[in-house]
Design a protein around this ligand. Sequence first.
Ligand SMILES: Nc1ncnc2c1ncn2[C@@H]1O[C@H](COP(=O)(O)OP(=O)(O)O)[C@@H](O)[C@H]1O
Length: 342
Amino acid sequence: MDDKTNLETQNETSELLFSFGVIADIQYADLEDGYNFQGTRRRYYRHSLLHLQGAIEDWNKESSPPCCVLQLGDIIDGFNAQHNTSEKSLELVMNTFQTLKVPVHHTWGNHEFYNFSRDYLTNSKLNTKFLEDQIVHHPETVPSENYYAYHFTPFPKFRFILLDAYDLSVLGLDQSSPKYQQCLKILKEHNPNTELNSPQGLCEPQFVQFNGGFSQEQLSWLNKILTFSDINQEKVVIVSHLPIYPEASDSVCLAWNFNDALAVIWAHQCVVCFFAGHTHDGGYCEDPFGVHHINIEGVIETAPESQAFGTVYVYPDKMMLKGRGRVPDRIMNYKKETVLHF
Ligand SMILES: Nc1ncnc2c1ncn2[C@@H]1O[C@H](COP(=O)(O)OP(=O)(O)O)[C@@H](O)[C@H]1O
């Protein structure tokens, strides 16, 4: 039975708790269509805004509206920086998001850093940390200001965590800063190429400049929230621009230290799924620990006649991604021993 058939039959048997929207790699720019670096995929820079408008119309029309939308990063394209249109394009896309009736949580990808510095982003509308929730009497679950990550509770017993996949990165930082120097050292230790965006010849091809990684500080914070969520018997959804599971993604697109993030996640029961963007082609795999890794197809490489977004419907025993256009439906069953009883 394929996923679509499953979705229809299983839908009727259990109670819907809530839903949320997902969308990735809008990469808007007021430019003619172009291609990716390899010249294999067309990029629809202008049409991406129309795709976003279409997605918002659909979410606004849903009879039971999603609680929020997760924007998985790369909201405007790096070409805006060369044309001095970064702020104008961001404003246009953010004004479009204003028409959505529910809150949007923004993650940051490489294209955010091609357009803006980390300091700029921290003070911009792309910083949605004001939407975070705090856990009383658990100060260890409060993220540090050194990275852009937070968690929130969209529904009792569910926790969503936004991770900063460019916490370790050479992008968006002042080149004279110690952090830039530290990250450049890590990158160069793994990538001897003169062109640091090139994965040519690398045994760990994710070590390219357009990727980044998670600091130990952020991973230790993640570990503390997941420990809380395990004890509190919560279901956790994690979101990051970069994917972390090799079977679900082109290896060139993975976070630098994806293994460290997987080790933290695998040490806990509570994580249901990990959503990422960046790959544009999409991808899916359930790992051996029962965590579902979903890479959402990028809006930027979606033909005008198609679409690329989804709504995830959350049930006591599973989550179901209803994809639109080239995003496939997915069923994400919870690990057997952790099904919720409401
Ligand atoms: N194989 C490669 N060799 C050299 N530079 C590359 C390679 N792949 C990508 N780049 C460069 O890296 C940057 C990011 O690539 P891009 O395809 O725009 O990323 P994204 O998929 O996030 O849109 C661009 O400047 C691009 O030219």
